[in-house]
Design a binder for this molecule. Structure first.
Ligand SMILES: *Cc1c(COP(=O)(O)O)cnc(C)c1O
Length: 484
């Protein structure tokens, strides 16, 4: 019975819903034109309440999610986010207000946003910020527009933007969208920015550089002072992609070590999961001289009321109203609960966990950049490929059989057959040990039974799919027996 879908269990004698009486003095016929009315009832399955519950629980088990198992997706921070933050953000005082309400009626939520701005500025060491951008990439775009308008206001024509080859793909995209030309900068043997290449390319026509720190190899860019000298001495600005702030928060303040602009991902770092394409929040922070160009942000007026304000030379609004407020509330709750010490502790645990995996799997998988790692570690499956003909994709698929979500693979691009693992701070040593064990077993299977890996996964509800077809030609409809 449990293999059956709810549609197959349907029986017109059963029912799991009771629709309330229409108590309104409103006839459907007066709102919907006759030609749009159904002629016959919709074939909606009717089952008992317990069956519909089981249907959804079983469906949820066919998927992989954090509540079910480890999800070490690198660069996307799929961590456990406390349920209390969900409760706070779905409180009716948050969900039942509307952006068209007068500001004087919604002072509470504006205060939350103002507090959050203040806390993020404290964590990052910048002077001003806007919470309005609704994704990491959107925050990058805001930063690029701020740079663009800053140079325009100084009558400087700067058209190029330097971007290291280890950058996240959104960096060249957002700088291009803002009208700059992306110029690639090499990484050195340590996986950090090659200073010689930077020096060669930084000139009076270059607006600046976008640096991801820690970079996508999980390595901290240690040469920021020298980078600062090179870029600032030629009049450029330094942008930091801080999507992975969870690797440095509470320990390093980017605004105090030479960066001019930063975006952070409130999702990923502060209690909203990322990776499913859901809404985000990509607040953008700046040093004082750029504050006048920010998109709208919340200010506290002299009479102590809060309001959304636009600085004089603003790049303009990037979204309607305030941005994704719900995500801000989660972030606010997270930071308030964790406090200074908790934030620092989370960072340390994220680093310890990544380094634990790195140490335990070294020798079993190739480690192209064997440098001190922060929150994530990048292995390569190239040894397995050349020796046993097994690809990183095969290794990732086999992990599903062991009950894990696969790590990010084939990124960053500068590592061939990359396997990028981010355990996050929330996983226990026991979970990491089981994962490490599975990775070791898979490494052994590659040698003894490569065919097994090439055909993996074998234990999942569906076996290996054509990834592209599954995405581009998705069929989520149920046609019942009629179409079989
Ligand atoms: C996730 C991420 C981004 C983009 O964030 P989105 O919210 O997906 O737009 C940018 N840079 C880095 C380093 C990231 O990890």
């Amino acid at each position: 019975m449990y293999d059956k879908l709810v549609f197959e269990l349907s029986d017109s004698n059963k029912n799991s819903v009771s629709i309330p009486e229409n108590n309104y003095d409103l006839k459907l016929e007066s709102c919907i034109s006759q030609k749009n009315m159904r002629e016959s009832d919709a074939e909606i399955p009717t089952v008992s309440e317990i069956d519909i519950l089981r249907h959804f629980v079983l469906l949820s088990y066919k998927n992989h999610h954090l509540q079910k198992g480890f999800y070490p997706l690198g660069s996307c921070t799929m961590k456990y986010n406390p349920v209390i933050n969900e409760e706070v953000s779905s409180h009716e005082k948050v969900t039942k207000i509307h952006p068209y309400q007068d500001e004087e009626d919604v002072q509470g939520i504006l205060k939350i946003m103002h507090d959050l701005q203040r806390m993020i500025l404290e964590i990052t060491g910048f002077d001003s910020m806007s919470l309005q951008p609704v994704a990491g990439a959107h925050g990058e775009f805001a930063g690029m527009m701020i740079m663009s308008d800053y140079f325009k206001s100084r009558n400087e024509k700067r058209t190029k933007m330097l971007i290291p080859d280890s950058a996240h793909g959104t960096n060249p995209a957002s700088c291009t969208l803002a009208g700059f030309r992306a110029v690639q900068i090499k990484s050195n043997a340590n996986g950090e920015i090659d200073l010689e290449d930077l020096d060669k390319n930084m000139d009076g026509e270059t607006a600046g550089i976008m640096i991801t720190n820690p970079n996508t190899l999980g390595i901290f860019e240690t040469q920021i002072e020298k980078i600062g000298e090179i870029v600032h001495s030629k009049g450029g600005l330094i942008y930091m992609d801080g999507a992975n702030l969870n690797a440095i928060m509470g320990i390093v303040k980017p605004g105090e070590i030479g960066y001019d602009i930063l975006h952070i991902n409130l999702h990923k770092t502060f209690s909203t999961p990322h990776g499913g394409g859901g809404p985000g929040a990509g607040g953008v922070c700046v040093v004082k001289k750029l504050a006048d160009f920010l998109p709208p942000f919340i200010v506290k007026e002299k009479n102590k009321t809060y309001t959304l304000a636009c600085p004089e030379k603003t790049i303009g609004a990037l979204h309607s109203f305030y941005g994704n407020v719900n995500i801000m509330v989660r972030a606010w709750a997270y930071i308030r609960v964790m406090g200074n010490e908790g934030i620092k502790e989370a960072t340390k645990m994220a680093i310890v966990n990544a380094n634990y995996i790195k140490t335990k799997l070294k020798g079993f998988y190739d480690l192209p950049y064997d440098m001190p790692t922060l929150h994530e570690v990048v292995f390569s499956g190239r040894m397995h490929k050349s020796r046993y003909g097994v690809s990183t994709l095969d290794i990732a698929k086999r992990l599903l059989d062991y009950g894990f979500h696969a790590p990010t693979i084939y990124f960053p691009l500068i590592v061939s057959e990359a396997i990028m693992i981010e355990p996050t701070e929330t996983e226990t040593k026991e979970t990491l040990d089981i994962f490490i064990d599975a990775m070791k077993k898979i490494s052994e299977e590659a040698k003894t039974n490569p065919e097994l890996l090439k055909n993996a996964p074998v234990n999942t509800p569906v076996t290996r799919l054509d990834d592209i077809k599954a995405m581009k030609d998705m069929n989520v409809n149920w046609y019942g027996q009629k179409h079989e």
